[in-house]
Design a protein around this ligand. Structure first.
Ligand SMILES: [Zn+2]
Length: 227
């Protein structure tokens, strides 16, 4: 793109044209397109007073824009603290206090394949919380349909490709289709199904079904949860 230097008079006229709405695109194109289009659309008889008036208008407009920008910046500075305080964390621990027992992918006699979740050892009756907001898609005995090894279980859909599962529960407090918030109490822990002792079995899945689990601890930590 060739660069052309306009003389001051031409620049004022061009600015006046632009602000007067005769060529809005002139403002953006400061190079050759600017000069070419300016020439093409410039009426021969643009009076000096019109140019001055238009320029004054442009300056007033610019001043107003600066004022608005400053006000906006001040508003942005003032609001985030409040917003952060109000917003619930996206992901939370499924149980408040626990001892980590069997981990993801661990082998052993308890599982036909590798362990599909993380076990949180907790006494029977410990409140179990939704790890994030979502919709209950499975809730019931036999793993809510995933198989008897899970005992009473819940699966929550959090979004496309993200589900959490809670198993071996003693009591389920939600039903299929129910919307839950992050940290909402959804069940009491237990020892139902194929369980070696009282604990919560927790999975993160990419589908509602068994076999799609990913490492839940890595997932939670990647989402800012200190587990
Ligand atoms: Zn487990």
């Amino acid at each position: 793109m060739s660069k052309r230097v306009m003389n001051p008079a031409a620049r004022i006229a061009a600015v006046a044209l632009a602000t007067a709405g005769l060529g809005a695109s002139l403002v953006a194109g400061a190079g050759s397109a600017f000069a070419a289009e300016g020439k093409a659309t410039a009426p021969a008889a643009l009076t000096a007073s019109a140019a001055v008036a238009a320029q004054a208008d442009a300056q007033a407009h610019a001043a107003a824009q600066v004022k608005a920008a400053v006000a906006k910046a001040a508003a942005v500075k003032a609001t985030p603290v409040k917003a952060v305080k109000k917003a619930a964390p996206a992901w939370v621990k499924p149980v408040a206090s626990y001892a980590l027992s069997a981990s993801f992918n661990q082998g052993g006699a308890m599982w036909a394949h590798k362990h599909s979740g993380q076990d949180f050892a907790v006494p029977i009756g410990t409140p179990v919380h939704a790890a994030a907001a979502g919709t209950v898609v499975k809730a019931g005995p036999y793993g809510g349909g995933d198989g008897p090894a899970y005992g009473n279980a819940i699966v929550i859909k959090h979004g496309n490709g993200t589900y959490s599962q809670y198993a071996h529960l003693s009591k389920i407090k939600v039903s299929i289709g129910q919307k839950v918030g992050a940290g909402q109490r959804i069940a009491l822990s237990g020892n139902t199904g194929n369980s070696s002792g009282p604990h919560l079995h927790f999975e993160i899945r990419t589908t509602p079904n068994y076999g799609s689990a990913v490492n839940p601890m890595a997932f939670l930590r990647a989402h800012g949860v200190g587990v």
